[in-house]
Each structure stands twice: as structure tokens, then as C-alpha cells.
Design a protein around this ligand. Structure first.
Ligand code: SF4
Length: 297
């Protein structure tokens, strides 16, 4: 049984009981999924909805079940397999991460947060998520959803405001129950933020938590500036995506003219997007002037 000191504003019994009933059926949470495969899911889930990650992750771990298998793939194949998940630099970083784990860690994902933080593409959130979800360590795992739930339940605010890693980690560490139930508490807190205590329309009628400072205070509005709505259409990200679509669809490098038809709206923007892809190493230019996915010749 989880310990419950009575001092925490967030009752672990309520949260864990709800999670038992309401958790989503996600394949990377299944027993037997390896630390490497959990790491892959965490890379993919950064800023990307679960529904888009599911098919790509499933195929990825079938094709490359280990870090060494991923490391042995060509960078171009990895970028191609990333498909339309977006933010494709993550694919390249994942490949680099696989290479380091295979070469320096005997093909085993490290379990220590400080060692995890030395891996390419692994930041503060991802390191703690792997330590917690793959190795059941009692470490605070703080993503956007968790910050929002804590802001509401504990601090009575509509949103979390500017991130402060040390303060955010201390906030969540203070809520973690003792013992081996802590990792389950962490995933349950994330799940609550992702599915019930959402940013725009929290579903308080479905919330398992009987104590919530924001609800108790009558839902005072956010004190910060209004949330910016992220647009995609017309951005450099969209143009980069279009250019990568052309390259993914081809088994061999393509000419500049074939690439140019991907974006005719603004040629300067198209050039900028192409140069940024070249600078990121996601696209390479062959000796005869054609363009291919990372490392293709
Ligand atoms: S009561 Fe509403 S605002 Fe408070 S944690 Fe639950 S869903 Fe979020």
C-alpha cells in the first residue's frame, strides 16, 4: 500500500485508484517492453500526440528492437522511418543515442539519471522518465501536464507559468509517495494531466482528486499572458516537412527541380528550409548536386 502521510495535498490513493480504472492501453506500458523501447517512445512523444506515435513506435520496435539494431541502420532509413511525426531532428538524435548506448553501454540503456543526461537527445524530462518508467526509480518526472496539475491542485493557479526545473522537481518530489508505488504515481499524474486535467477544458466532473486548490478557489483565471495558439500552416516547419516528404518518397537522391515543386508559394522560404535541413544533417547533397536523406549518396 502506498504511504499517505496526510500532509500531501494530492492523495495518492485517489490518484492510483483512478489510474487503475482509467489508464489508456498504451503498448510501451506493457510488461516486457524494454528500457530501449521505452526510450524510443519518450523521444517520439515529445510534442507529439499519442495517436500519431502509436503506429510509428510499433513498427519501429518491431524493425529495430534494440539500441544496437537502431545504430546499425543508416541515418537515412531512420529519418525515413520517422515518417511524419514531426520535429525530425529527434530521429537523428535517437540514432546518435542508439549509437552511444550500443558502443559505450553494452547495448543497455543506463538507469542513472546523471548518466542518462549524457546521452544525445536526452534532456531533463526524458532522463527522469526513463529512470522512472523503465527502472522504477523514485524520481520526479515533470512534463507540461504534470506542471499544470500541480499548479492547479497545490498552488491554486490555472496554469504553471514559466518552467523552473529545480522548483518544479521539488514540487513533484514533495508529492511522491514512499516506496515502490512512486513510479506508478508518476505515470498516473501524467495521465491525469493528459486526459482529465487538460489545458483548455479540465473535466473536473471526472477528476478523482477530492482536494484541488484551483477548484476550491473558484477557478481564478490565469494571471499570465494569453496562450499562444501554435500554427503550422505556412511555417518553415511545414516547408521542411514538405521537402522531407519528397525525399522519403524516393529511394534515391532527387534533383533540385524535383525538390522545388514541394513548395512554390515562397521560394526564399523554401531555400531557407532546405539550408536548415542541410545544416541539421537531415538532408545531404551528393557530389553531382542532387539531394538525399541523411547520408544518402
Ligand atoms: S479538480 Fe479539475 S482542475 Fe483540479 S485537478 Fe481535477 S481536473 Fe484538474
Amino acid at each position: 500500500m502506498p504511504s499517505e502521510t496526510g500532509t500531501s495535498p494530492l492523495c495518492s490513493y485517489e490518484l492510483l485508484g483512478w489510474y487503475e480504472r482509467a489508464q489508456r492501453d498504451l503498448p510501451w506500458r506493457e510488461p516486457g517492453v524494454s528500457a530501449w523501447q521505452i526510450l524510443v517512445s519518450e523521444f517520439m512523444l515529445q510534442q507529439t500526440p499519442v495517436a500519431r506515435v502509436l503506429p510509428i513506435w510499433t513498427e519501429w520496435v518491431r524493425r529495430w528492437p534494440t539500441a544496437s539494431a537502431t545504430a546499425a541502420a543508416s541515418p537515412a532509413d531512420v529519418v525515413r522511418a520517422w515518417g511524419k511525426l514531426g520535429y525530425p531532428r529527434r530521429a537523428k538524435r535517437l540514432h546518435e543515442c542508439a549509437t552511444v548506448i550500443a558502443r559505450d553501454h553494452n547495448d543497455v540503456v543506463p538507469d542513472d539519471v546523471d548518466v542518462l543526461l549524457t546521452l544525445p537527445g536526452v534532456g531533463s524530462y526524458t532522463a527522469r522518465a526513463i529512470a522512472c518508467f523503465a527502472y522504477r526509480k523514485r524520481v520526479p518526472v515533470v512534463d507540461t501536464n504534470v506542471r499544470r496539475v500541480v499548479a492547479r491542485v497545490v498552488h491554486g493557479r490555472a496554469d504553471a507559468g514559466t518552467a523552473s526545473p529545480s522548483r518544479d522537481h521539488a514540487d513533484v518530489a514533495a508529492l511522491l509517495p514512499d516506496g515502490d508505488v512512486a513510479p506508478r504515481f508518476s505515470v498516473a499524474l501524467m495521465e491525469l494531466g493528459a486526459t482529465v486535467c487538460t489545458a483548455r477544458t479540465p473535466r473536473c466532473g471526472l477528476c478523482p482528486l477530492s482536494q484541488c486548490a484551483w477548484r476550491r478557489a473558484g477557478y481564478p483565471p490565469s494571471a499570465g499572458p494569453p496562450r499562444r495558439v501554435q500554427t503550422y500552416a505556412g511555417t518553415d516547419r511545414q516547408v521542411r516537412g514538405r521537402l522531407l516528404d519528397v525525399l522519403r518518397a524516393s529511394d534515391s537522391p532527387v534533383t533540385r527541380a524535383e525538390l522545388d515543386v514541394a513548395w512554390l508559394t515562397d521560394t526564399a522560404q523554401r531555400d531557407r528550409a532546405l539550408y536548415s535541413l542541410l545544416a541539421d544533417g537531415l538532408v545531404t547533397q551528393t557530389a553531382d548536386g542532387r539531394f538525399g536523406l541523411a547520408g544518402e549518396e
